[in-house]
Design a protein around this ligand. Sequence first.
Ligand SMILES: [Zn+2]
Ligand SMILES: [Zn+2]
Length: 305
Amino acid sequence: MTDAFTAPGRFFRGNLHTHSTLSDGVLPPAEVCRRYAAQGYDFIALTDHFIGLYGYPVADTRPFRGAGFTTLLGAELHSGAMANGELWHILAVGLPADFAPGHAPDFAPAEGQETGAAIAARAAAAGAFVAIAHPQWSGLTLADARGIEAAHAVEVYNHGCAVGSDRADGFGIADLLLTEGRRLSLIATDDAHFTEPDHFGGWVMVKAEENAPEPLLAALKAGRFYATQGPELRGVALDGAAVEVACSAVSTVIVQGRGSAAVACHGAAMTRARVPLGRCAGSPWLRVTAIDAAGRRAWSNPIWR
Ligand SMILES: [Zn+2]
Ligand SMILES: [Zn+2]
């Protein structure tokens, strides 16, 4: 498989998880798009809560596309209970505008509604890129996550959850799923509602030949992207017994693998690192984290061996 760094094209910056006044966000769709475009984003997905309370919105953001800025249609899907009895949150980007509602009247699980796994599968079958949203915030278990077989990705960093609850993490669950052999990619998002400083904190850099919905969606499904809070990844490649990383200036580059395996390389304003596999040598998957002097991180997708 071609990875993000060897694929043709360039990187486009996008936020895959955002809310508007079509659900519980405070800004109308046009203003959300305007702010992201003004901030330098190449694209966003408005993903309002797909429940009856809000009329099952799939925000039509097509009017807000323009020169240098595009949108993917999407929604945050809710149906079925997790093990803790709360309602599933599943991100679907690239949904058709007429995606059929199920039976999800509000934010509580309802009798007879489809399961989280079922609505995720239906979204994927309809063409969407599907991600398990904010695992730590939801309190979901590994068994919960394992059940969403249609997922393409895990939301490993959710900026809104970081700001509002200090529960931003998805790596705990994602690493366990990778170790079970699930070929998942890793996304960072804002989940912005504009109710607090919950925007412009986590995004994806997607490699595509054109900033247009179809190529972006194809690249997302193929894992040709990385996630970041600021640092840029310019190359991540397995070279014999080391991982070669090229990036914007960072202080730490870490290669992680299954279990407790990790190898770190520290320095000042490093733009290249050759990290020996060391304790990661036996891992079937590897991923890279680069951390800058301000503590902001960039995360590669898994490399499979
Ligand atoms: Zn959510
Ligand atoms: Zn959300």
